[in-house]
Design a protein around this ligand. Structure first.
Ligand SMILES: [Zn+2]
Length: 227
């Protein structure tokens, strides 16, 4: 990311805030910087974020959620909608800090014929009535597909998307012209191994994130089978 021009106080402030948020994400163990990381795709990068760890520290999540709530405080919000466990934890924190005291609802993600799908449980449908104002919350936005589906879902029900709040957004993502507020807007440069500047500088390659996927399995507990 290029440095903000020194004569623009607003840009400097955004950059300073972004650094603080990155530092918070680093302390959760979710964000790794100044590294030389092998990605599952085979590409190399100097930065990495582990989605699962982003919302593991309640006081950090509450603080970050309050920043998002403050940004959207001037708009009335009836419901905060998200999907996925990390985004749901964050959306609770945003709703708790928003002056409208919105309800918290969530969709479930699934696949239908190889295509992604978001479904709103029937019990929540009365909470998104026609004309309801809905704030969408996401933890990390990479392609924006999930948010596009959530926007469609809300609009199909005759409600209105007030905006989108997220922790992290890849700068290239556009979301149907909806106002997006993200604490960090940043895209990682990724390199083909043959052209990687970190390889050229002889920095050891960190294969931890790829290796862990192969060698470690999630912990599970299962109800015993009845004979
Ligand atoms: Zn490399």
């Amino acid at each position: 990311m290029s440095a903000a021009p020194k004569n623009d106080p607003a840009a400097v402030e955004v950059e300073v805030r972004e650094k603080i948020h990155l530092e918070i994400l680093k302390r959760t163990g979710a964000y790794h910087a100044n590294d030389h990381v092998l990605l599952p795709s085979g590409q190399h990068t100097s930065e990495y974020i582990e989605k699962t760890l982003v919302t593991t520290e309640p006081s950090f999540t509450e603080g970050l959620g309050a920043v998002i709530a403050k940004h959207f405080a001037q708009w009335p919000v009836d419901a905060v909608l998200s999907t996925g466990p990390g985004a749901l934890i964050l959306s609770h924190c945003v709703a708790r800090a928003h002056p409208s005291r919105p309800v918290v609802i969530y969709g479930t993600k699934g696949l239908s014929g190889g295509k992604r799908r978001v479904t709103l449980p029937v019990e929540f449908q009365r909470l998104i009535r026609e004309g309801a104002r809905v704030l969408l919350i996401e933890d990390l936005v990479s392609t924006g597909t999930t948010l596009d589906l959530l926007i469609n879902l809300v609009e199909q029900l005759g409600a209105e998307v007030v905006g989108v709040g997220c922790l992290w957004r890849r700068t290239s993502v556009e979301l149907n012209g909806k106002p997006v507020f993200s604490l960090v807007s940043r895209d990682f440069p990724t390199y083909d191994p043959s052209e990687c500047p970190l390889c050229k500088r002889g920095i050891p390659l960190n294969e931890e994130f790829v290796r862990r996927r192969h060698l470690r399995r999630p912990s599970t507990a299962q109800e015993p089978k009845t004979p």
